[in-house]
Design a protein around this ligand. Structure first.
Ligand SMILES: O=CC(=O)O
Length: 360
């Protein structure tokens, strides 16, 4: 049903975009007009700016999984995408051959409210000629800010410290108690230099970092010159970094790339930070490196799986700070992402260039 029903059941609702038709249109006329509009399925209750954009466009009718707390169950999703013209999704939905087959030949646009696109089977999308929108840039500041916060929380042991203060561990002032590692005079390594890596370095520079180094599939001199960063091999990145931040996309090439081999080359005093995707880290190897003191600490905003089960061994380590994938979670950024995802979708449906489109 794609017409004027509003609330069907608790977690799921049908929402219909208002139309640019005169106020005295009859219900029947409205329904006829609406049934000719392209159908969109939105897999999450996205922040209001994006929904408003879809509603006010008068260009589409959309159905929404009306919850932000529970992702749409796969079975439900496979049902709901049947016959849609466009899909607006978030990173919890796997957009693969099964889903695209279920959607069928009408599907022309997939717009994800995320900068990451490892949940999309690009090959399958390309094969079917489906255009893909995503949301880079609008989240760069928020992600960089959170990465700096996580780095400082990990290196200066803030979570341990508040726990000690709250639970009676705070005895007398002690000379080496809760000492950490500072950024002044340090070498910061960036694995995967893009917009986010640059934004992180720009924020860290005023902490008197001595040197920025980076590695990537190839040198990126133009970007690197913005932060005066030196291109090094992965080995050198591991060896030299006092702080190593993973900022790369998850691809078949980067899967598990932060593993035993990398950690074993790092300094015992170094801190590893990951705000990219959990899949770039071999978590068992990271656990060993942290538990044996091979490295000093790790701050993770992303894990495999998400959520990380509360009995996961990484949660037992004092030197591991784990956040629940909140790097872009500021009200303004999430609204911008939502709005950009809606605009990409609408432009894609009109056959126009999207604001941010993945080249397939
Ligand atoms: O992780 C968040 C995103 O990809 O936008």
């Amino acid at each position: 049903m794609w017409c004027s029903r509003v609330a069907l059941r608790r977690l799921q609702q049908i929402a219909v975009a208002p139309l640019n038709i005169s106020g005295n249109a009859t219900g029947g006329a409205m329904q006829r007009k609406m049934s000719s509009l392209p159908k969109v399925y939105v897999t999450r209750q996205i922040p209001p700016d994006g929904l408003k954009r879809l509603q006010e466009s008068g260009q589409v009718q959309y159905e929404l999984w009306d919850s932000d707390d529970v992702p749409v169950p796969r079975k439900e999703l496979l049902q709901k995408v049947k016959g849609v013209d466009a899909l607006l999704c978030v990173l919890t939905e796997k957009i693969d051959a099964e889903l695209l087959d279920a959607a069928g030949p009408n599907l022309k646009v997939v717009s994800t409210m995320s900068v990451g696109f490892d949940h999309l089977s690009l090959e399958e999308l390309k094969k079917r000629g489906i255009r893909v929108g995503y949301t880079p840039e609008v989240l760069t500041d928020a992600v960089a800010e959170l990465t700096v916060a996580l780095l400082l929380a990990t290196s200066r042991r803030l979570i341990e410290a508040t726990h000690e203060a709250k639970t009676g561990g705070w005895g007398t002032w002690r000379t080496l108690w809760l000492c950490g590692h500072e950024l002044a005079n340090s070498t910061v390594g960036i694995f995967g230099l893009g917009r986010i890596g640059i934004a992180i370095a720009e924020r860290l520079a005023p902490f008197k970092v001595k040197k920025f180094i980076y590695t990537d599939v190839e040198p990126r001199p133009e970007l690197a010159s913005m932060i005066n960063a030196e291109y090094v091999s992965m080995d050198e990145l591991a060896k030299q970094s006092d702080f190593l931040a993973a900022c790369c996309a998850l691809t078949p090439e980067t899967k598990d790339i932060c593993n035993k081999d990398l950690f074993s080359k790092m300094k015992k005093t170094s801190i590893f930070i990951n705000t990219s995707r959990g899949g770039v880290v071999h978590q068992d190897d990271l656990y060993d490196a942290l538990a044996t003191g091979q490295i000093a600490g790790a701050g993770l905003d992303v894990t495999v799986p998400e959520p990380l089960p509360t009995d996961h061994p990484l949660f037992t380590l004092k030197n591991c700070v784990i956040l629940p994938h909140i790097a872009s979670a500021s009200y303004s950024t999430r609204n911008e992402m939502s709005s950009l995802a809606a605009n990409n979708l609408l432009l894609g449906l009109r056959g126009q260039p999207m604001i941010k489109e993945l080249k397939l």
